[in-house]
Write a protein that binds this ligand. Structure first.
Ligand code: 5GP
Length: 136
């Protein structure tokens, strides 16, 4: 059965996609821990770290490396946590592999980030900015 991220990768459901190439897609998390919270997924379906093939994993890592500084700078952050939940016991809710890119500011709570829900409008604006920055 298709998962929601597969549908996002195929553009069948709306998402604030900020970067896309042949193998990966990056888009803003719908319920961000902080503004700029971005998810990177492989287009080829895998559940998590335990079944992804090495090539897809490398592509996901490449995309994360490419967009991380841009995501950080777009919200004026100084750091970033990259997280990945694998299986329900570790907090995975969507079963299509994804990396969380979470920008951090000085003094920001590290282990339990404050949820600062963004509006649809804020996400749309930020996604536009990020797409423009990533085209350069
Ligand atoms: P997990 O706990 O599986 O690592 O995280 C799943 C993440 O996906 C959560 O942060 C959640 O907010 C995000 N998410 C779930 N459904 C959607 C969706 O339909 N669109 C987007 N953009 N993010 C989603």
């Amino acid at each position: 059965m298709d998962d929601i991220f597969e549908k996002i990768a195929r553009h069948e459901v709306p998402a604030d996609i900020i970067y896309e190439d042949e193998d990966t897609v990056a888009f803003l998390d719908i319920m961000p821990d902080v503004p700029g919270h971005t998810l990177v997924i492989p287009k080829k379906k895998s559940r998590n770290i335990f079944d992804i093939d090495m090539e897809s994993w490398s592509k996901v890592a490449e995309t994360a490396r490419k967009i991380a500084p841009v995501v950080r700078d777009s919200v004026g952050a100084t750091g970033m946590q990259i997280r990945m939940n694998n299986e329900p016991s570790a907090g995975q809710v969507v079963f299509h592999l994804h990396l969380h890119l979470i920008p951090f500011h000085e003094g920001q709570e590290k282990n339990f980030p404050e949820k600062l829900p963004s509006t649809k409008e804020e996400r749309t604006q930020l996604a536009e900015k990020l797409r423009a920055l990533l085209q350069h």
